[in-house]
Design a protein. Structure first.
Length: 303
């Protein structure tokens, strides 16, 4: 922005100086020289008259050329001013967009901070009190429901998003990931009991077996579909439309844990709802759940 202003100021100053010199020449310097030249001839004879008219015509032609040059210069200046204004508008739009993004990020970080503080209290209270496996489901309901309630602020969901939030825990006896908690939009196309996944199947199974979050903005992309698609027997007709973006977060104490306790999953039928930044809060929810499971020594197969 500063460079553009410097260039514009320099151009305007240069043009103004040229116009001042040209105006001075045509209105004072040249007529004064003509008067001196003609006056030096003494008598005003035919030769002097001819010289006078030639000089006068030359001055007129010079003034016409100056006028034409002014016109071209003004046109070029107008074009430059137009492009300058266009560039300034673009820069202003970028600044406004960056400002909006920054304000959005600040709001999200405030939500994240407050959520972390609240979850620490809940986690401490749950671990301190006598709680059984059924209590874990109550804890999950409280923590994940809180994220569901503020989904619009975190993920930019709107009335058209057919979202779902679910928690899968790994049943070692069956070698399956089973949903123990689910909330979804009332118009979500899925019906019946949630599917059970073996480690490695679909994005839920991949997140579990790799121990790494699987986050995508567009599940219909070929590279994502090839890696994350469920096996044919588990596929549903509505999968492609209902799960266009998703985030599957392993529920584990750390990356070195041999097997996560399960997977926290959020989906939407709209693309580009999830990214590493807005999923930080999901990472914390998953960490909180894993801490509770570990500290209470809960046996997942007994839930």
């Amino acid at each position: 922005m500063q460079d553009i202003r410097k260039i514009a100021k320099k151009e305007a100053k240069s043009v103004r100086r040229i116009k001042q010199y040209a105006s001075l020449s045509t209105t004072f310097v040249l007529p004064f020289l003509i008067a001196i030249l003609v006056g030096s001839k003494g008598d005003f004879n035919e030769d002097t008259k001819t010289l006078f008219w030639l000089l006068l015509i030359g001055l007129g032609i010079f003034q016409v050329l100056i006028g034409i040059a002014y016109g071209f210069n003004d046109e070029n200046l107008a074009i430059e001013a137009y492009f300058l204004a266009e560039e300034l508008e673009k820069q202003n739009n970028i600044l406004n967009k960056n400002k909006q993004e920054l304000e959005k990020d600040i709001r999200y970080l405030n939500i994240l901070h407050n959520t972390i503080q609240a979850f620490r209290v809940l986690e401490s209270d749950f671990v301190r009190n006598e709680s059984n496996e059924e209590g874990l489901q109550d804890f999950i309901d409280i923590t994940v429901s809180f994220i569901v309630d503020i989904r619009e602020q975190i993920f930019d969901f709107n009335s058209e998003d057919l979202w779902s939030f679910s928690v899968y825990l790994y049943r070692q006896n069956d070698d399956l990931l089973e949903s123990i908690w689910l909330k979804k939009h009332e118009n979500h196309p899925s019906t019946g009991e949630p599917r059970k996944w073996k480690p490695g199947q679909g994005h839920i199974g991949r997140a579990f077996i790799d121990g790494v979050a699987k986050i995508t903005g567009d599940a219909t992309e070929l590279a994502v579909a090839n890696l994350m698609s469920p096996p044919p027997r588990l596929a549903r007709d509505y999968d492609r439309e209902a799960y266009k973006s998703f985030a599957s977060i392993p529920i584990s104490l750390n990356a070195e844990q041999e097997k996560p306790y399960g997977v926290l999953v959020v989906t939407s039928n709209k693309p580009n709802r999830f990214n590493k930044f807005n999923c930080l809060i999901l990472n914390h929810v998953a960490d909180t759940i894993s801490n509770v499971i570990a500290l209470r020594g809960i046996l997942i197969d007994d839930i």
